[in-house]
Design a binder for this molecule. Structure first.
Ligand SMILES: Nc1ncnc2c1ncn2[C@@H]1O[C@H](COP(=O)(O)OP(=O)(O)OP(=O)(O)O)[C@@H](O)[C@H]1O
Ligand SMILES: [Mg+2]
Length: 265
């Protein structure tokens, strides 16, 4: 079953000004249930804009977005927030710094399920505690600690739990390990893989790490100039080397250089 369908998405920012920018240029994507898609692309390729379109952060010029059976194109962002979990590069975003980890988790859960975290969700709560303990980020005994007192890595791990505690229909990760040191980034990445697999989530993850893009998940797409210029999965992806992927990346970015040169010429 397809869990997300993007049909002909188009978005122009600052239309009619010298800064006019076509950020999404006819994006089509069909995401199957349980897909874990890594998203590559150079700066300004339109990756975050694609996520913002799915999250309903602005009105599209054109196109439709279907989540499961539901057409969410015209839904407001707060209506979609119940169904879509998201995480950003900045660990400060999306959590209440003065609330404890436990309170943040409870809020994330009740917001979606309109049930009490403590009463209904004891099993999930135990599961998350166990995950935190395994992570060795020093979080397991700190459920009463305020979010604002945690390190960036601890906060991202806690935010990941918040984003997934009520099992969203879709999980969007926008470079969520980019601001972490390599060892912590690896831990949060491992936690991501585990949660996505164990909760059988459908996930899109933006990264600039080619190795991660190739080895994590089930499918890789590459964006450039507001378009999806490469989409690979299955055996073809399995046999792809890092070198192949980097060549693809350079080719996508290089085309634009050549065009620019032609214009100048
Ligand atoms: N709210 C906005 N207003 C005006 N222009 C915007 C807005 N959001 C994005 N853009 C422009 O749209 C283009 C795509 O930006 P986007 O943030 O989606 O890129 P990205 O692929 O996420 O890049 P990065 O890897 O640097 O995060 C850029 O030229 C950007 O300046
Ligand atoms: Mg971005």
């Amino acid at each position: 079953m397809s869990s997300l369908r993007l049909i002909g998405l188009k978005k122009t920012f600052e239309r009619g000004t010298p800064n006019e920018k076509l950020a999404l240029d006819n994006v089509n994507l069909e995401v199957e249930d349980g897909d874990f898609i890594t998203v590559l692309g150079s700066n300004g390729a339109g990756k975050s804009t694609l996520f913002n379109a799915i999250l309903g952060k602005f009105r599209l010029d054109r196109g439709r977005i279907l989540l499961g059976e539901e057409d969410i194109t015209r839904q407001r962002d707060f209506e979609r927030a119940y169904k879509i979990g998201c995480l950003y590069q900045n660990p400060l975003r999306g959590t209440a710094p003065n609330m404890t980890i436990e309170e943040n988790l409870a809020l994330a859960y009740t917001r979606r399920a309109s049930k009490s975290f403590f009463a209904v969700n004891r099993r999930d709560s135990a599961y998350f505690r166990e995950l935190l303990a395994e992570l060795n980020l020093g979080l397991e005994d700190r459920m009463k600690t305020r979010m604002g007192q945690l390190s960036g890595g601890q906060r991202q791990a806690a935010s990941l739990l918040m984003a997934t505690i009520a099992r969203p229909e879709l999980l969007l990760l926008d470079e969520h390990t980019a601001a972490l040191d390599p060892a912590t980034a690896e831990k949060v990445q491992a936690l991501t893989e585990r949660i996505v697999a164990e909760r059988r989530l459908t996930c899109l993850m933006i990264t600039h790490n080619m190795q991660a893009a190739l080895t994590l998940g089930t499918r890789t797409i590459m964006m450039h100039g507001g378009r999806i210029v490469y989409d690979v999965k299955g055996e073809e992806r399995a046999s792809l080397t890092l070198r192949d992927l980097m060549d693809r990346f350079r080719a996508a970015a290089g085309e634009e250089l050549d065009n620019d040169r032609m214009l100048l010429g």
